[in-house]
Design a protein around this ligand. Structure first.
Ligand code: GZL
Ligand code: ZN
Length: 350
């Protein structure tokens, strides 16, 4: 009875496999009303299951992604989907469209499905304890990927992602170098910062890393800092508004390329030359940013590696096999500066 019912559930949500763990005692004893309730809950909160074909005994991984706010995010999603296919892992993929409550709903439906592993990109650092306790109670290991959370570490099996504070420090180090002459002359160098999603570990980390260095240097002043939510349209709006009263802007430090590209459009509309009238440092290293670096319209591009899929699948498999997995894995990243030989760079793929 329970297996048939749950098979129906998976069928309804686009997957047709149930694991023997579904014939859990609690379900066999559950009254029909409860089973119907679970079924309706699952249907309503069932993630848009884009699943990968997999053999019957394939590992099932539930993945909650933030959305598609930037070229970086889209590549991050592709990396997860491609790697699941290559690893023979059945992927349940849910796009939260930038809302934390959608991520929590998706994780709950993964728990109800009794997937083998859950992985997610936490849009913001807080608010995850309850749903992670539910996953732990259900005996499902959770991997935090790309962005970090502020929660009891025993609630998740590990973190796979990038070091945002290091990215912020690299941006500051480039600035110290690029403005060495003007610093000697005692100039005041005014910096505008476009930051990422408020409350995200990435925006916090990049801002902190940048300030840890810049705030030690009296010649630099971060006279403006606002969130553009990692989006091109908001980067454009922020810069257009900022330029209305023509302040002295020597540098734009932007937490991602999407906001940078929008800001560059606004600079050109105001008759300014990006990378010359205003120095630009940007993070992600999507192709368009590298092309702008080659064209002298951007001065420094800091890579943030979106290709985390292979690592996620490896760690997921190790977790299920009962292996010991590292708590923290940082993917490696480069820094591309004006004047570097960029002809050797392979296409970025995003
Ligand atoms: C960084 C990632 C950020 C990217 C943005 O690890 O979380 O989110 O820098 C993306 O492009 O939107
Ligand atoms: Zn990063």
């Amino acid at each position: 009875m329970a297996a048939k019912f749950l098979n129906g559930v998976r069928g309804a949500c686009g997957t047709s496999r149930y694991s023997t763990r579904f014939e859990a005692p609690f379900l066999r004893a559950a009254p029909r009303k409860l089973l119907a309730l679970i079924f309706s809950l699952l249907l309503s909160s069932c993630p848009k299951a884009e699943k990968t074909p997999a053999s019957r005994d394939a590992l099932i991984l539930g993945f909650s992604q933030i959305g598609a706010e930037s070229a970086w995010r889209i590549r991050n999603t592709q990396s997860v989907q491609e790697s699941a296919k290559q690893a023979g892992i059945q992927l349940l993929f849910a796009n939260a469209e930038q809302k934390q409550e959608n991520q929590i709903k998706a994780i709950r439906s993964f728990i109800a499905y009794q997937v083998d592993v859950i992985a997610f990109v936490p849009i913001v650092v807080s608010g995850w304890d309850n749903v992670l306790q539910e996953a732990r109670k259900a005996g499902i290991p959770v991997l935090v990927t790309d962005r970090k959370i502020d929660a009891d570490e025993s609630l998740y099996a590990g973190f796979i992602g990038t070091d945002s504070e290091k990215e912020g420090r690299e941006a500051a180090l480039f600035l110290l170098d690029k403005f060495a002459g003007r610093r000697k002359a005692g100039d005041l160098i005014r910096v505008a910062e476009f930051s990422g999603t408020v409350g995200s570990s990435v925006a916090d980390g990049r801002a902190k890393g940048f300030r840890d260095i810049i705030e030690k240097e009296p010649e630099f002043e971060i006279f403006y800092s606002k969130s553009g939510d990692f989006m091109r349209s908001k980067g454009y709006e922020l810069m257009r508004t900022l330029l209305e009263n023509r302040p002295q802007i020597d540098v734009l430090f932007s937490h991602n390329d999407s906001m940078t590209l929008g800001a560059m459009d606004a600079m050109r509309e105001a008759g300014l030359r990006p990378g010359e009238d205003i120095a630009i440092i940007t993070i992600d290293a999507q192709q368009k940013a590298i092309d702008a670096l080659k064209a002298g319209e951007v001065n420094c591009v800091i890579e943030c590696n979106p290709n985390q899929g292979p690592l996620i699948m490896d760690i997921a498999k190790q977790l299920i096999a009962g292996g010991q997995t590292p708590r923290f894995i940082h993917v490696d990243e480069a820094v591309f500066r004006e004047g570097d030989d960029l002809s050797v760079l392979p296409p970025r793929g995003y």
